[in-house]
Each structure stands twice: as structure tokens, then as C-alpha cells.
Write a protein that binds this ligand. Structure first.
Ligand code: ZN
Length: 135
């Protein structure tokens, strides 16, 4: 598998409206807008940093994965996303190595990306997302 860069860091927040303050006022980043991904029950806000981004994640439903994460662990870093050249090939490679995956097949992420998560039990507690972009 060829990892190209850290695409983004996913950070779980109770509220984007309140959480954005840290990234804009304290750290001087600028929001590139928000997007709701209905099937993930999440609204995301992106703050570009060079080639990468900070992605804030706010739950849109009490039974969504981010709501459950906040209940268990509170606000903070949720996942690290690596950009790969070929997501299908990367998943096949990981499956062949017996790596436990949350997503066996790519699904739709924010910003027109294709994404897949590895299971954190396979990565010593770090939730890893692989992400492929068209551009
Ligand atoms: Zn992500």
C-alpha cells in the first residue's frame, strides 16, 4: 500500500459552533465549510493545514457513532486519516494480512472522498481511516 500523506485528523466535538473556537481564534486556522454525511449521522467542519486538514466531527443523532464515542471517551482526537492512492488495493492488501477492518469496502466520506476504517483493535487503539480522493 502506498500512503501519500496524512489527509486529516478527525476530532470529536460536542458542538462545532463551540469547538471551532480553538482552531480559529486560538490557532488561527480558517474553516473551509461544513458538510453533513447523513449515513454517518455526523456533521463535519474542515480546517485546512498545508496539505492536511483538521476535521471536526459533531453528531447529528444521539445513536450516531460520534455521540457514542463522546459518551465513552469525551471530546478529543477520534481518528487519523491517511490518504492512499488506491483504496481498493489497500483494503485487499490488509485483508490478505488478516487485519480486522470496520469497512470491508470503501464508503462515501465528506468532500467526495472514498473512505474505510480499520478496526482499532488491529491498530493498538488508534482508529485509522484510509481515504482516497479524485484530485
Ligand atoms: Zn475522517
Amino acid at each position: 500500500m502506498k500512503i501519500l500523506s496524512i489527509d486529516h485528523l478527525g476530532i470529536a466535538v460536542g458542538s462545532i459552533a463551540e469547538g471551532a473556537h480553538v482552531w480559529t481564534d486560538l490557532l488561527g486556522l480558517t474553516s473551509a465549510g461544513t458538510e453533513t454525511v447523513a449515513e454517518q449521522k455526523v456533521t463535519t467542519a474542515f480546517f485546512p493545514v498545508g496539505e492536511s486538514e483538521v476535521e471536526l466531527l459533531e453528531s447529528t443523532a444521539p445513536d450516531g457513532p460520534i455521540a457514542k464515542y463522546l459518551e465513552k471517551r469525551g471530546e478529543g482526537i477520534h481518528h487519523v486519516a491517511f490518504r492512499v492512492a488506491d483504496l481498493n488495493a489497500a483494503l485487499e492488501e490488509l485483508k490478505a494480512m488478516g487485519v480486522r477492518l470496520i469497512d470491508e469496502r470503501p464508503r462515501k466520506g465528506a468532500g467526495g472522498t472514498r473512505i474505510a476504517f480499520l478496526h482499532p483493535q488491529a491498530t493498538r487503539g488508534v482508529l485509522v481511516e484510509l481515504c482516497e480522493r479524485d484530485d
